[in-house]
Design a protein around this ligand. Structure first.
Ligand code: BTN
Length: 321
C-alpha cells in the first residue's frame, strides 16, 4: 500500500492529492494514509501536508528501495524482492541467514550502510551511509559446485558493463575487482553453501564506492581505493546503477543457466580486462606465480605465460599488476 500511495503522489508530482482521493482510489482509511505518509517521511521523502488540500510530494530521496528502483527494472526475478535496510552489520551475513531460511532466487538485501562490511580474505569493507551500493543477491543455480566460480565472472561482467553504461570507463582486475586508474571501486564477495554435487545457495556480495568524496576514503586505503564520483567528477545515480546491475546480471546469468556457458560474460571481461597483456603476480594457494596474463578461458580461468613460455591455468587468486 505504501508503494501505491507513493506512486499516486509521484503521478501528481508538485500538485496536492487530497486524502479523500487517495482513500477512494486505493480503498484505504484516512488514518492508514497518515501512517504511511509518516513512514515515507522516515524514509526521506519530503511530503507537504496541508489541511483541506491534502498531500504533495516535494522531494524524492536517493534511496535504494524497491519503490525507487522498480521503474528502471527489466528483470523477471533479480531484484524483484528487495529487503532494504537503513543500517545493517553486513548484507552478506543477512543474505546467508535468509537464504538458509529459504529465501528465494533473486532476493536482494540492500543497506544504506554496513557496520561490519566484510571483504575477501577476512578484510573489512568500509561502507558509509548513502555513499555506495552495499548489497547481496541470493541465487540458487542448478549447476555443479565446481562451476560456481563462473558466477564470479558473470557478476564482474555485469557490474563493469553497468558502470560503463553510466559513461564511466572501468576495468576488471581478474577475477572480480573493478578498478579505475589502478584503484579499486568495487569488490565482490561470493559465498556458497552446498554439498559435493549440489549448490544450496550462493550469496553474491557487491560493494561499490559510488559517491564517496576524497575525504571519505580512509587514509590507509587512499592509494588503492577510489569512487565513481572521484574518478568521473560527477555524482552518480545509485538507483540507475543498481537497476543496470540487476538487468545485466539477469541476462548474463541466464546464459549460464540455459546453456551452461558464459561466453557473453567472458567477452565483456576480456574487453574490459585490466590484466590481459600485462606482467602480473598472482598469489594462489600460498604460492606466488609471476608471468604475463595472456588470455581467459571459456570457463573464466586466467592463463599466465611464465618466462620459459609455459602456460599455467589459474582458477582463483589475488592479482597484483
Ligand atoms: C572484496 O574484498 O573485494 C570484496 C568486498 C565485498 C563487499 C560487499 S559490500 C556488500 C556485501 N556485504 C559484505 O559484508 N560484503 C559485501
Amino acid at each position: 500500500m505504501k508503494g501505491k500511495i507513493l506512486e499516486l503522489l509521484k503521478k501528481n508530482k508538485g500538485d496536492f492529492v487530497s486524502g479523500q482521493k487517495i482513500s477512494e482510489e486505493l480503498n484505504v482509511s484516512r488514518t492508514a494514509i497518515w501512517k504511511y505518509m509518516n513512514q515515507l517521511k522516515d524514509e526521506g521523502y519530503e511530503i507537504e501536508s496541508v489541511s483541506r488540500k491534502g498531500y504533495r510530494l516535494i522531494l524524492t530521496p536517493d534511496v535504494l528501495t524497491y519503490d525507487e528502483i522498480k521503474d528502471l527494472l527489466k528483470t523477471k526475478r533479480i531484484g524483484r524482492d528487495i529487503l532494504y535496510f537503513n543500517s545493517i552489520d553486513s548484507t552478506n551475513s543477512k543474505a546467508k541467514q535468509l537464504a538458509s531460511d529459504g529465501k528465494g532466487e533473486g532476493t536482494v538485501i540492500i543497506s544504506e550502510e554496513q557496520t561490519k562490511g566484510r571483504g575477501r580474505l577476512g578484510r573489512n569493507w568500509v561502507s558509509p551511509k548513502g555513499k555506495g551500493v552495499w548489497m547481496s543477491i541470493i541465487i540458487r543455480p542448478d549447476i555443479q559446485p565446481i562451476d560456481a566460480s563462473k558466477i564470479t565472472q558473470v557478476t564482474a561482467a555485469a557490474v563493469s558493463k553497468s558502470i560503463l553504461e553510466l559513461g564511466i570507463k572501468n576495468y576488471i582486475k581478474w577475477p572480480n575487482d573493478i578498478i579505475i586508474n589502478n584503484k579499486k571501486v568495487c569488490g565482490i564477495l561470493t559465498e556458497m553453501s552446498g554439498e559435493l554435487n549440489k549448490i544450496n545457495y550462493i550469496v553474491i556480495g557487491i560493494g561499490i564506492n559510488v559517491n564517496l568524496d576524497e575525504n571519505e576514503i580512509p587514509n590507509d586505503i587512499k592509494d588503492i581505493a577510489t569512487s565513481l564520483k572521484i574518478e568521473s567528477g560527477k555524482k552518480v545515480s545509485r538507483k540507475q546503477l543498481v537497476a543496470n546491475i540487476f538487468n545485466n546480471f539477469e541476462e548474463l546469468y541466464e546464459e549460464l543457466l540455459n546453456k551452461n556457458e558464459i561466453t557473453h560474460s567472458i567477452e565483456i571481461c576480456k574487453e574490459n580486462s585490466a590484466v590481459l597483456g600485462k606482467e602480473i603476480r598472482v598469489i594462489f594457494r600460498n604460492k606466488e606465480i609471476r608471468g604475463k596474463a595472456v588470455d581467459l578461458t571459456d570457463e573464466g580461468e586466467l592463463l599466465i605465460e611464465n618466462q620459459e613460455g609455459k602456460i599455467q591455468k589459474i582458477i582463483s587468486g589475488e592479482v597484483s599488476i
